[in-house]
Design a protein around this ligand. Structure first.
Ligand code: ATP
Length: 237
């Protein structure tokens, strides 16, 4: 297995307050890996640490290259792109303007136009609403827009922070289906932070369960989903 991303002894802090206490994790090339855990377990902080958005220590390797010290912008250029929790779309901009913002680090006009069509292919609803204000769209559509915007940066690895948050089950199902299609058709690797562990374990091949900034358990997704202990402690059913 080749890893697209590997973190060793990853630690992170907000100011003087340590929050992540030495996490080892691997995302295989072309794989989907889930990062699960309760509120405040440190899932978002782990993503932020990987993207150089907080004080971070440890060894991070992306596509075989040490990336400690690289800026978030460098990492986006290298294809490591986050879809933030709460979506972060620009509400007063249109759908298409938001998508174009996702390509801010690129200069290839033709490629950008092609990628817009590619996003519209995966998310037909965005094509229909391309001239609509992002803020006037439903939560599910805004989540699709956030994923579409990340795709405009030509990601090799998507870091998804709770794409299901606050959305109705049918929409969540649709979004997860599209994510797996993008993974399958384009080989985009994914690190998926989710509170909806049941659903995440269905799409991921491997999962880590975080507890107060440490990996409490890890394993193949099917194995974790089938474990009585995991079910009782983390999955709530
Ligand atoms: P959630 O699902 O609620 O986002 P999480 O697992 O993603 O939870 P984090 O958001 O990574 O957890 O939070 C981990 C810890 O860091 C928590 O104790 C939280 O209070 C703290 N924390 C998060 N963001 C900040 C911040 N900007 N400044 C200080 N502390 C923070």
């Amino acid at each position: 297995m080749t890893a697209i991303l590997e973190a060793k002894n990853l630690r992170a802090a907000y100011g003087d307050r340590p929050v992540i206490f030495g996490i080892d994790l691997v995302v295989p090339q072309g794989g989907i890996v889930a990062l699960l855990g309760a509120n405040g377990a440190g899932k978002t902080t782990t993503l932020r640490a990987l993207l150089a958005q907080t004080r971070t220590w440890g060894e991070i390797t992306y596509q075989g290259q040490r990336i400690n010290g690289a800026s978030t912008q460098d990492l986006v250029r290298m294809g490591m792109v986050m879809v933030p929790e709460g979506r972060g779309t620009f509400v007063d901009f249109t759908v298409e303007e938001n998508l174009r913002l996702g390509a801010y680090s690129r200069r290839d006009g033709d490629g950008i136009r092609k990628d817009l069509e590619r996003v519209y292919h995966y998310f037909p609803v965005l094509a229909r609403r391309r001239n609509q204000r992002a803020g006037s769209m439903s939560g599910g559509e805004q989540q699709m827009l956030a994923i579409g915007r990340a795709l405009m940066a030509r990601p090799k690895l998507l870091l998804l922070d709770e794409p299901s948050l606050g959305l109705a089950p049918l929409i969540v199902q649709e979004i997860f289906q599209i994510l797996t299609t993008i993974n399958r058709e384009e080989g985009v690797s994914m690190l998926l932070v989710e509170q909806d562990a049941v659903r995440a374990l269905k799409v991921a091949s491997y999962a880590y369960l975080l507890e107060t900034g440490r990996v409490a358990m890890e394993g193949p997704a099917a194995q974790l989903a089938g474990s009585e202990d995991v079910r009782r402690a983390y999955l709530g059913y």
